[in-house]
Design a protein around this ligand. Sequence first.
Ligand code: FAD
Length: 433
Amino acid sequence: MEKISAFWFRRDLRLDDNTGLIAALKSGKPVLPLFIFDRYILDKLEDKDDARVGFIHSRLEKLNEELQIWGSSLLVAYGKPLDVWKCWLSQFPIAAVYCNRDTEPYALERDKRIATLLQERGVEFQTFKDQVIFEGNEVLKPDGQAYSVFTPYSRRWLSRYEESAPRVQKLPANPVFFTGSKRPLPSLASMKFKASSIAIPEAAISEKTLKSYASLRDFPAEPGVSRLGIHLRFGSISIRRLVQKAIPTSKVFVNELIWREFYQMILFQHPRVVGQAFKPAYDRIPWRDDPEGFERWQKGLTGYPLVDAGMRELAQTGYMHNRVRMVTASFLTKHLLIDWRWGEAWFARKLLDFELASNNGGWQWAAGCGCDAAPYFRVFNPLNQAQKFDPKGAYIRRWVPEYGTQRYVEPMIEHRFARERVLGVFKKALAEH
Ligand code: FAD
């Protein structure tokens, strides 16, 4: 039987400028495109109408349609990756497996097991850089150490990009895909999920948004940001195309994309940040065990309108504006003195654009324990933040319609009291040895 190559889609759900897929197509063998709905990930999701699962499913349907142009189709399995691969290897004459790298701790562990299996079976395994411009070991200090501060990292990132910007690649004109695997995609229901009512933003950014990004991006009432997070997470947009488009128009936008790679680098270099403070002394802080306070925060009933607006936006849309993420995260950790890991887990459950590295980095930044030069005594005043970034209250009224009426809740904690409390608790914990 003629040998084939397999291309395993993961967080790169597109045909355009897909590095590993294009390499597989150049292998000279017909390419079998594959995807696994991973039970280790899906079984842990608490919401059975999780919009991210629905989004992946609809992207796979679209890829399947696109592949039909070449008489092929996407083979999709639902199970545990090692079991699925054993099954595929017994069904198809696969000589080589291609995929793009994912450097999250779970993905590295999974791929190590698959690599061992493939090696035992004499199948080649080739992995490629695709979802970032620079991976976690590529932008380093001149002495080879990893950066822990963003600004010098970003300078080095930009100079490396200017030296050699990565090429954008199109699918070859006549790609040869394997045509012998026509099976329907598993339905959401067969995996015990159902469709969500949450709408997914489109995978594009306009010149207009790029031009006004620097001046509007901090104002949550304005349509000033891209909402591309979910597409960057699952690769329904190419990072190379995005950077290429943004560089001439908005350095500020590119800077945000560099933050994304900075946090991925931090996670790759220091996997202990999952569960532990980047600055170890902060693991001595005696966080308050306050499930009731936590629930008021989750529901957007704190009595601080910008915090409540953000938490309700998150619950209803799977999105929260970056400025408001900073304010709500600061409120939980500083005003309520609740462990940043509780907040991190809630965002991980609700955010469409949830990304382990950026979420962890954002939470550690807000709690003061991350890789950040600013000291812990920066405590956002949520009322001042609202005046500054939502001066007309348009964002607040959109999400908290009862704001300004008798029905709106009283603040659950006084700002001045909370500020003094957190400064005292942090100071004491950080001074102890
Ligand atoms: P835009 O402003 O249009 O930016 C474009 C892209 O740049 C984003 O999609 C994202 O990929 C990247 N980006 C922008 N800002 C940051 C940043 N500060 N850090 C890392 N990447 C950035 N971002 C996530 O992608 N996933 C998360 O789970 C996540 N959790 C966060 C939690 C907290 C507590 C905080 C403070 C921030 C978090 N962020 C996270 C970063 C940032 O808030 C979001 O990336 C951004 O709001 C997404 O909206 P957008 O796509 O419209 O962003």
